[in-house]
Design a protein around this ligand. Structure first.
Ligand SMILES: *[C@@H]1O[C@H](CO)[C@@H](O)[C@H](O)[C@H]1NC(C)=O
Length: 1000
């Protein structure tokens, strides 16, 4: 087949493809900037409203997230005001707000301090507080860290690593530093408080049955330790039952001790003794974010709760919220302040039975205290339960309070509610996508395709009118439409909305649904044309609904496409972990265009219920080449099929002898790569069971890091014709996979293998260096093309590229040109399988890489480009020509020129035209998925990580689409002219032929 050559020659004829035109930004691509799921378990990481400065209406919601981001969200519209993405290894521990500054601590023990301007996110200060290598890895990570602001001025007092207190000015200069000299480190200090004269460090020391309070008093001016005492106390729940409340220089430590609420007034000599609040038993204390204003809340044993206020140097109960009753879940409390600084406290109680949340807001400064109550409809079937809420209030006129709540849900969504009005939702679980696939949508059904007998009167009338139009008229109309361009344009994927609400594809197949599943119990259908969520479903837990549990998506397969004549379907294989630690394997089977549950025999309810497949964990799963049957293996390597039908079993039985797959298996306490085949085991209830056929001999200390099967795509050409008319035949082994292994302890290098899964034969092996004990490698394997990125710390490189290497390997049949083994058809056991030659070339890449993928097109005629996600948050495309391993390291000959080879240059230059993501920041990409459009020239590209990004690319240019400026009128004239010419000349040619016959 020479189609590949045709496509590449076309690429030469047309001018070099620019990545994208400015006018296409936002038309052919979209981008979703995410921040991650808020960390709600501590008040030093959870979302909080903050009004910037007094007397101002400008506020933001600040939060630290599970994606290691510190972010500010605009409450008005839910967009990201700013975000700071921490590197891995620099995990955010806690953040602290003061006026228009937010300080954060991150890294082991809070090793790094940063301060940001809350308004714009500008980094004001970045300072190492202690050596990260000396940092304690506390769990949870906010333990042992705290920041307090000096009573006057803008200095900071920072507590890190559970016992190091430092006074810094706003330029980061350390004025003094004090380190707890407790050699056994029994006391972990976790809070620091400043008064005008002193600094208090408050910690807990572990006793056999509970924790004991410990306070160290330091001089504010010098950091000198003036007092250090154990406080008689016994705190069972540790930090959760401990708080510090204050008003100006009056500071109280409050804690819960066997149901009784106790407090201690801090003074420089620590002479006061603990006092107990009389009368009631409490089960927890809640920091509602008003501790700086002397307020907090304590929940009583009976479920009612009291608001306490620091009054002089004593605690006074100022309000009581009544108990929830059994219709509602445990209440969530949050405090907030209006623009005058008045405090408010809300109680949010969510009710499953009523499908709504009830909110009571207490306002202390109005009269004798005012309570405002309202409800908002919370959609539990889409968002699970409310896990956190933060409050913001305005007091527009005397005695009226308007509040808004920013809530976080168990599905990882953030929502803003202004009283009962929903303002916005951010689906932050999309920053945690575990699996994603493109699925083609159905074509809008044309009424002319409806069988005549099923037509309605209107449809019949329309058909007859259409049929009545005679052909010349139809042709004329077509020509007119073609010449004037009034038909769908390939540069827009606009699709008219369908009244039934079902999404349909556009003329070019640019509009598909991207099905994604997240570990936050949710699966989404995303419209590839604009990034909108078409549908979303929450996973049901099956029997584990009683105990609670979580669903971890593992694999996603497209099991029915529109070409099967019905709506497309996907099967998601997941692991369910019940609260009682039992792990099961479950599949969810859904219609990809609507999210409907299509698992046979399962009733579609409020949540998406799955089908239990294995009572135990999944070891491996794959889809059969029929693209219908999903095969799953349990711990005993027994085979389970989904759907479990006669046809599936028949299909599997037929294919079983030719199935070869590698598994990571523990052999003699070591992870080994073992090739497997399946056969019917009659002793084991007639189940198919996998059994080992080969073991890859790896050095004993090596561990498998990545196993990457070759991706199977349509192949248009089996050979590559060279400039001298010889041919290199592509080595196309469908059983080939790539493997990355690393020595277990602090590797100095890792090994990359290309292996055949039938016999475990190594087809190619290479080694890459490690950096800091880890191998930073990304791989891509498609057809006969293997490419990988690695980081080489020793490599100084050219220019500013520091050790970033890109390597491309191409495999061809035989040992020389024109040798053909028909590798794609060879038996798995043929000796010729090892008859392969490789071409390899290394390049210098300007950036670190987090994911690699190749473009894919419908028939595989277009060339494949490499799509790369970089550590500087961009998506690039590298033409295959640039990566060609056969680029000559000398002057290109005429023959090579004909083959389009270019002179070898070790550096792949940073070409802004190849930046698919323009100015978008596409952060921390974990995977790139590509899919063909209906146009052969075009491949769809979806990248996900922290952010989502979609675009489409035409590696060989859009040779199958007319240019917008193409003179269609002239083409019509030319074609018409040719047709006329043929009509005129045909009789002449016929006559000529006839004449010739006479003379032969
Ligand atoms: C969202 O609101 C903020 C604050 O009002 C504003 O600055 C920003 O431009 C808005 N963004 C969008 C996309 O509307």
């Amino acid at each position: 087949m020479r189609l590949g050559r045709l496509a590449s020659s076309l690429a030469l004829v047309f001018p070099v493809a620019f990545a994208l035109h400015e006018s296409d930004v936002g038309v052919v691509d979209w981008h979703k900037k995410l921040v991650g799921v808020p960390l709600t378990s501590s008040s030093t990481t959870a979302p909080v409203f903050h009004r910037v400065g007094e007397e101002t209406t400008h506020s933001v919601i600040l939060t630290a997230t599970a994606s290691n981001v510190l972010a500010a969200i605009f409450p008005e519209n839910g967009t990201v005001a700013w975000r700071y993405i921490h590197e891995s290894g620099d995990n955010i521990a806690s953040f602290y707000i003061h006026k228009n500054v937010v300080a954060s601590l991150s890294g082991p023990g809070g090793a790094t301090l940063r301060t940001f301007d809350i308004l714009n996110g500008h980094l004001l200060l970045e300072q190492r507080i202690h050596e990260p290598s000396h940092g304690h890895l506390y769990e949870p990570s906010y333990l042992g860290t705290s920041v307090a602001y000096a009573a006057e001025g803008s200095d900071l007092v920072v507590l890190s690593n559970g016992g190091l207190v430092q006074w810094l000015d706003n330029l980061g200069t350390v004025k003094w530093s004090w380190s707890s000299s407790d050699p056994s480190a029994l006391v972990i200090f976790s809070k620091v408080v400043t008064t005008t004269t002193h600094v208090y460090a408050i910690g807990l020391s572990k006793t056999p049955s509970s924790y004991k309070l410990h306070v160290a008093v330091l001089s504010a001016g010098t950091g000198e330790l003036t007092q250090s005492s154990d406080i008689p106390s016994s705190i069972t729940a540790g930090l959760n039952d401990l708080m510090v409340v204050r008003r100006a220089d009056e500071v109280l430590v409050v804690w819960l001790e066997q149901g009784s609420l106790k407090y201690l007034t801090l003074s420089p000599n620590l002479q006061s003794s603990p006092t107990a609040v009389k009368g009631s038993a409490f089960k927890r204390i809640v920091d509602v974010g008003l501790s700086e204003y002397g307020q907090f809340l304590a929940v009583k044993d009976d479920g009612s709760s009291r608001i306490f206020k620091l009054d002089g140097s004593a605690l006074k109960s100022i309000w009581e919220f009544s108990a929830s009753g059994n219709k509602h879940a445990d209440p969530i409390f949050s405090g907030g302040r209006d623009k005058k600084g008045n405090p408010y406290i809300a109680q949010v109680r969510w009710s499953h039975a009523l499908n709504q949340a009830a909110v009571d807001v207490y306002t202390g400064h109005l009269g004798k205290g005012v309570m405002t109550a309202y409800t908002f409809p919370f959609d539990t079937q889409s968002h699970g339960i409310i896990t956190h809420a933060t409050l913001d209030c305005v007091n527009p006129s005397e005695m009226t309070v308007v509040s808004r709540l920013a809530i976080t849900t168990s599905t990882g969504a953030m929502q803003l509610w202004q009283q009962s009005q929903h303002q916005w939702t951010r689906e932050e679980s999309l920053s945690t996508i575990a699996v994603a696939e493109f699925v083609e949508l159905q074509e809008k059904v044309d009424i002319s395709h409806i069988p005549k007998e099923r037509e309605t009167f209107g449809q019949r009338l329309q058909r007859q009118i259409m049929e009545a139009q005679d052909f010349p008229q139809y042709a004329l109309k077509f020509v007119k439409r073609f010449a004037t361009g009034s038909y769908a344009s390939a540069s827009s994927a606009a699709v008219a909305p369908d009244s039934a609400g079902k999404p349909y594809r556009d003329a070019f197949g640019f509009r598909q649904v991207i099905v994604v599943a997240t570990p936050y119990s949710k699966v989404f259908g995303i419209d590839s044309s604009n990034g909108e969520i078409l549908w979303s479903r929450m996973f049901g837990l099956g029997w584990a609904a009683e105990t609670g549990g979580s669903i971890r998506p593992v694999k996603l397969y497209v099991t029915q496409t529109v070409h099967d004549g019905d709506s497309p379907q996907v099967v998601l294989v997941a692991q369910r972990r019940a609260e009682n630690t039992l792990i099961d394997t479950v599949v969810y089977h859904l219609d990809a265009s609507s999210g409907e549950n299509v698992a046979p025999g399962v009733v579609d309810k409020d949540v998406l219920e799955g089908v239990d497949i294995i009572s135990g964990p999944l070891v491996e799963s794959f889809i059969l080449p029929d693209h219908k049957t999903v095969v799953m293996l349990d711990e005993f390597l027994q085979v389970y099929l989904y759907p479990d039908t006669k046809e599936a079993t028949a299909s599997f039985t037929k294919l079983a002898p030719s199935l070869h797959f590698p598994l990571r298996v523990n052999v003699d306490g070591q992870r080994r790569l073992v090739g497997q085949q399946v056969s019917l085991n009659t002793e084991l209830s007639d189940r198919f069971v996998a059994h080992p056929t080969w073991t890859l001999s790896l050095p004993p200390s090596e561990d498998i890091q990545t196993l990457l099967p070759a991706s199977h795509e349509p192949i248009a050409s089996f050979g590559k014709v060279l400039g001298n008319r010889t041919t290199l035949y592509k080595y196309l082994n469908p059983r080939m996979f790539a493997l990355l292994t690393a020595p277990k302890a602090q590797p100095a290098s890792c090994t990359i293998y290309l292996v055949d899964s039938a016999k475990g034969s190594v087809l190619h092996r290479t080694s890459v260096p490690a950096s800091g004990g880890v191998c930073d490698v990304q791989m891509s394997l498609v057809e006969n093309w293997f490419s990988y990125y690695y980081y080489d710390p020793e490599f100084t490189g050219v220019g500013q590229s520091k050790g970033h290497r890109m390597v491309t390997v191409e495999l061809y049949e035989g040992s020389q040109v024109d040798e053909k083994t028909k590798s794609s058809e060879l038996s798995a056991f043929s000796d010729k399988l090892l008859d392969v030659s490789t071409f390899e070339q290394a390049y210098i890449f300007p950036h670190g890489v987090t994911a690699l993928a190749t473009t894919s097109t419908k028939f595989g005629i277009s060339t494949k480009d490499l799509i790369v996600a970089t550590k500087n948050h961009k998506i690039l495309s590298i033409p295959r020509r640039v990566l060609n391993p056969r680029r000559p390291n000398r002057k290109v000959t005429a023959e090579e020129q004909e083959e389009q080879l270019i002179h070898y240059d070790p550096l792949i230059p940073d070409d802004p035209r190849r930046t698919l993501s323009h100015n978008y920041e596409v952060a921390n990409v974990r995977r790139i998925v590509t899919a063909p459009a209906l146009l052969e020239s075009t491949s769809l590209v979806f990248a996900y990580g922290l952010d989502l990004f979609f675009t489409r690319v035409a590696p060989s240019n859009t040779f199958d689409v007319l240019n917008e400026n193409f003179n269609k009128g002239q083409l019509v004239v030319t074609v018409t002219g040719l047709a006329v010419a043929i009509m005129v000349t045909r009789p002449m040619v016929k006559r000529k032929r006839l004449r010739e016959r006479w003379y032969q």
